[in-house]
Design a protein around this ligand. Structure first.
Ligand code: GLC
Length: 728
């Protein structure tokens, strides 16, 4: 009882503050005209460079604008904010921007960050991004993107954490806490936004903005949990998605927004539509016209309209006709004002000119970005220890247009990047080679876009005069991200031809893949001695690549997505169901293709190292537990190689049977450890109702009794195996 009293006393101030805020909001709403209320529901777009269109000042001064996107820079932000603060009720604007993987210091793209399997790393990257964005007057980011994606043809797979729900949920939580901390009114913290609600990553055919059909079970099981993790981490806002979800586009989907998010999950923040998504309800054919689209958005619970102005244009008439209610408008206003209060905007509406724009990129931030990039790299193949560069190597050929491309290294959604800040791979490797007493020659050879400057012959001649070759190939960053789906996900241009020619010289060739997705690399995976996925590593690409390629750091990343052998296999993901006729190589009548195996090029969770590791001595705290019980699983991870390196111990479970079928494996724990040669660390995982439960036949989350397999290994294949039972 005493504890309870202490807890109530401790929480009392927060409860009082919340009540006080709600009272202030009620007072404000009581004073607002309908026009002023609709103004709060409106977000308008600044220029890509961050400028403010002239007419926004008048709107702000009349209290008819709630937010902007893309407006940034202390001077611009404060000038527009001063206009808003001159309005009758002095309601501040909230300035939003896509701070996806960095503001000025650009970190690895989110898919690369997920490959680190290191949530501390992800949280720090988001925290630094928030710090820089805050310094530029941004108080709200449209991140983290938490869409589960099982289709690498979809360009936006680069923006999330890949195919797995558990990894995606852990990363969602880390990123929200990185951006917001526990109080996003604090200096250096900004409101976050979980997007795109929901199921956007399941676009049919991998075509961006395309239709999605996802059973409620699969929404509950795979697509919703990362969003729920964001809510549980206190995310301030959500963004409604573009896609048609089971016939009702998300931005007009009342079940999705008012039902699941606001009612079942008790979400207190606000929902902003995606760009023009309210207006696009007409294209979808859900809305008969723009007035109807406004009605549908408001009725569904989309609180703020991004860019299109249908709420402002049509809500007064809709109210008169009784097609929407003032209570709906007031609720949307309340949610928006609540976030503005929690962001501290009423007390502190202006950005401080703490740093000159040129000072935002600090050495601490770039050092963190380098470490993050190193952790994101996934070593896919390394025959004969091709990497790291050996002492005897004196002449290195670096080939590939992407090796010398300052734009590409920061990927899509690269914040307020200044390209000149980026360290190219050519620059980084050149300096490292010199320090190592080696000579680096660069020849473009070929790039993602076929060009008349392609010169494979020149690259081959240079290779013949070298001791080893490093080839950087992949996708131009414009081939990845929004509106960048690809039906053919092989290496574009003549890059494969370049690699084949370089390998044919007989010199050791290390291929570095700079991509925003798994790409089809059958020949390359078979014939190139070393292959490493480096994603888009960010501002410090060259430094991170140099430290890994020259062996200062061992790569330790793992694939957050299954890597297919062919587009024909897609969707291909590790946590698939067994089917009634699971694959048998020598049985035609099983789930398989006539012309290709079911196996991926590389499985989810896979990644090599410069060292070797064993995972052994698996122990379970019990071999049977109750439905409410917990079970700990421990293993010993040992570095059996001769260099310091990281390993990611991954725990997977499989329930033999249930009221609904269960995936053949499900990730339910991971831990990245750094070990010196010979060092051993005991890693412990806990399995309880949160990990063992699932949505049963009745779509209710529960633990069902039965037998489980459990593995701990270094990928989603193999590993130490054991089993346990959950008792009835
Ligand atoms: C875009 C994206 C969304 C982004 C928004 C604002 O279309 O879908 O992720 O946050 O518009 O730029």
């Amino acid at each position: 009882m005493r504890f309870l009293m202490l807890a109530i006393l401790a929480l009392a101030p927060c409860a009082r503050a919340a009540d006080n805020t709600e009272k202030k909001i009620s007072e404000l709403i009581g004073k607002m005209t309908l026009e002023e209320k609709l103004g709060q529901l409106q977000q308008l777009d600044g220029s890509a460079e961050g400028d403010v269109p002239q007419d926004y000042y008048a709107l702000a001064e009349k209290g008819l604008l709630g937010s902007t996107l893309n407006v940034r820079g202390v001077k611009r932000v404060n000038e527009l904010q001063r206009a808003a603060m001159r309005s009758r009720l002095h309601i501040p604007l909230i300035f939003g921007f896509d701070v996806i993987h960095g503001y000025r210091t650009i970190f690895p793209v989110p898919l690369g960050e997920a490959a680190s399997f290191d949530t501390d790393n992800a949280r720090e990257a988001a925290s630094i991004a928030a710090d820089e964005a805050y310094a530029a007057g941004v108080r709200w980011t449209f991140a983290p993107m938490v869409d589960i994606a099982r289709d690498p043809r979809w360009g936006r797979i680069v923006e999330g954490s890949g195919e797995d729900t558990y990894l995606g949920s852990q990363m969602a939580r880390a990123r929200v806490l990185g951006f917001q901390g526990t109080d996003y009114s604090a200096p250096g913290k900004i409101a976050a936004c979980a997007k795109h609600w929901a199921g956007y990553g399941a676009a049919e055919g991998g075509r961006d903005y395309n239709t999605t059909n996802i059973s409620e079970r699969n929404l509950d099981e795979y697509y919703f949990p990362p969003f729920k993790a964001a809510v549980d981490a206190g995310v301030a806002t959500f963004m409604s998605a573009f896609n048609d979800l089971n016939g009702i586009p998300c931005t007009g989907n009342e079940w999705l927004i008012r039902g699941v998010l606001k009612s079942s999950w008790s979400f207190e923040g606000f929902v902003v539509s995606d760009y023009n998504a309210v207006k696009e309800l007409v294209n979808h054919g859900l809305a008969a016209d723009e007035a109807d689209a406004a009605r549908l958005g408001i009725t569904a619970g989309v609180d703020m309209e991004m860019v299109s102005r249908l709420y402002n244009n049509h809500a007064p008439e809709l109210l008169k006709k009784g097609l929407i209610t003032e209570a709906q408008i007031d609720e949307a206003v309340r949610r928006i004002l609540r976030v503005k209060f929690r962001a501290g905007l009423f007390e502190n509406p202006y950005a401080e000119q703490k740093l000159e724009d040129s000072e935002i990129l600090t050495s601490e931030h770039t050092m963190a970005a380098k470490f993050a990039a190193e952790k994101s790299f996934v070593l896919l193949k390394n025959d004969g220890g091709t990497l790291p560069v050996r002492d005897g190597v004196k002449h290195i050929l670096l080939a590939g247009a992407l090796a010398d491309d300052q734009e590409a290294v920061t990927g899509s959604w690269n914040g307020d990047v200044r390209t000149r800040d980026s360290i190219t791979i050519r620059k980084g490797l050149g300096e490292a080679a010199k320090d190592a007493g080696a000579e680096l020659t660069y020849v473009r050879g070929a790039g993602p876009a076929a060009s008349d400057t392609d010169n494979i012959t020149e690259a081959v001649e240079a290779a013949r005069n070298s001791d080893m070759v490093i080839a950087v190939v992949g996708e131009q960053q414009t081939m990845s991200g929004e509106a960048s789906s690809r039906a053919d996900i092989s290496l574009p241009g003549r890059q494969l031809e370049l690699v084949k020619a370089l390998v044919s010289t007989g010199k050791p060739v290390a291929v570095l893949l700079m991509t925003g997705r798994p790409v089809i690399i059958n020949w390359l995976a078979e014939h190139a001695p070393a292959v490493m996925e480096i994603w888009y590593p960010g501002t410090m690409a060259g430094r991170a690549v140099a430290d890994v390629v020259f062996g200062k750091v061992s790569p330790g990343g793992k694939l957050p997505v299954t890597w297919p052998l062919s587009e024909g296999q897609i969707p291909l993901y590790y946590n698939h169901k067994n089917t009634g006729r699971p694959f048998e190589a020598d049985n035609k009548y099983t789930s398989k293709y006539l012309d290709i195996t079911n196996a991926p090029q590389y499985p989810f969770g896979y990644g090599l190292s410069y060292s070797t590791f064993t995972i052994s001595d698996m122990k379970l705290s019990a071999d049977r537990i109750s439905k409410k019980g917990n079970l700990t699983v421990t293993v010993n991870v040992r570095n059996t190689g001769d260099v310091k390196a990281d390993e990611v111990a991954q725990l997977y479970i499989h329930k033999h049977s249930g009221s609904v079928t269960r995936p053949v494996r499900e990730l339910k724990g991971f831990k990245r450890v750094t070990l010196d040669p010979g060092e051993m660390q005991t890693v412990q995982f806990t399995l309880g109702p949160n990990e063992l439960g699932f949505y049963g036949k009745d779509l209710k989350f529960a633990v069902e009794p039965g037998d489980f397999d459990v593995w701990v290994g270094t990928s989603s294949e193999g590993g130490n195996e054991s089993s346990f039972t959950v008792l009835p």
